[in-house]
Design a protein. Structure first.
Length: 278
């Protein structure tokens, strides 16, 4: 199906009012246009429940698609009792809602990686320099299979997705260690070494001092067959636009804006409404 316009939108974080304002600014028509979301649909905005409901409805109409972010994975983990609800997250209404199970069953079946068009690939945090896009797609499918498996398998997986230290990627990596590493690359990555070793503590902008030997993942010079569209890193304010990478998180939940990137011509449209401070 051909669309009038396709837009890729950065982290919503439950900023429902700003999201609706952005759709109005885009003159979005679900019968003619399609939205792609970079994950983190929920968390610290004012209305994660209705944001999730709205995105789910659009996806089921074929008017949208999303990949999963770290806050989405955390929501699934809280739902299954594998993690505690964080004080900063305003997602409690989701768990109190009558359609909670329906929403979370749908969420866990969304992809980790997607191809919005023939020139781009969409992930939440990025793709590390030691993975080709083709290899990354294979690893994403492995994690997706685990997330979409039966609930017993899901309940075994979720507690093993969390660690304070990064796992070293190597040829023999397997099991839950491999799944955790894959999840960390796709949903938590900001800085890494050239061999892919991650650093979790840094979340500032590019003008701040970084740990020795670490760079933003997109600054390692690696030939890419597609442009990597990513969210996650709010401090970038959606200002990174390289031949091989485009940042999409405008930091709306931190007082900035939501950002939509139009496929085809690369035009950027931002929301005029701001999310209430978390």
């Amino acid at each position: 199906m051909s669309f009038r316009h396709q837009y890729v939108i950065g982290d919503l974080q439950g900023c429902y009012a700003a999201y609706l304002q952005l759709l109005k600014t885009l003159d979005f028509d679900p019968t003619q246009d399609k939205l792609w979301f970079a994950g983190d649909l929920v968390a610290r905005g004012e209305d994660s429940l209705n944001t999730l409901r709205h995105v789910k409805a659009l996806c089921e109409q074929g008017a949208a698609a999303t990949v999963l972010g770290n806050h989405d994975l955390n929501l699934i983990a809280v739902w299954r009792g594998a993690a505690k609800l964080k004080n900063k997250d305003k997602t409690a209404p989701i768990f109190a809602a009558d359609d909670c199970d329906e929403l979370l069953e749908w969420l866990r079946r969304q992809p980790i990686l997607a191809y919005p068009d023939e020139h781009t690939v969409l992930v939440h945090a990025g793709i590390p320099p030691h993975w080709s896009i083709e290899a990354a797609a294979g690893y994403a499918q492995q994690l997706e299979a685990q997330l979409q498996s039966n609930l017993n398998q899901l309940d075994q997986l979720l507690p093993n997705l969390y660690s304070k230290e990064a796992d070293e990627w190597h040829a023999g990596i397997e099991g839950f260690t491999k799944m955790r590493a894959i999840a960390n690359y796709f949903t938590r990555m900001r800085l890494c070494k050239q061999d892919g070793l991650l650093e979790f503590s840094f979340s500032a902008g590019l003008d701040e001092a970084m740990p020795t030997d670490f760079l933003p993942w997109f600054e390692w010079q690696v030939p890419r067959t597609r442009k990597i569209l990513f969210g996650h890193w709010a401090a970038l304010k959606g200002e990174i636009d390289l031949p091989h990478a485009r940042a999409l998180d405008g930091g709306c939940v931190w007082g900035n804006y939501l950002l939509a990137y139009r496929l085809g011509d690369g035009k950027v449209i931002t929301s005029s409404a701001q999310c209430p401070s978390p």
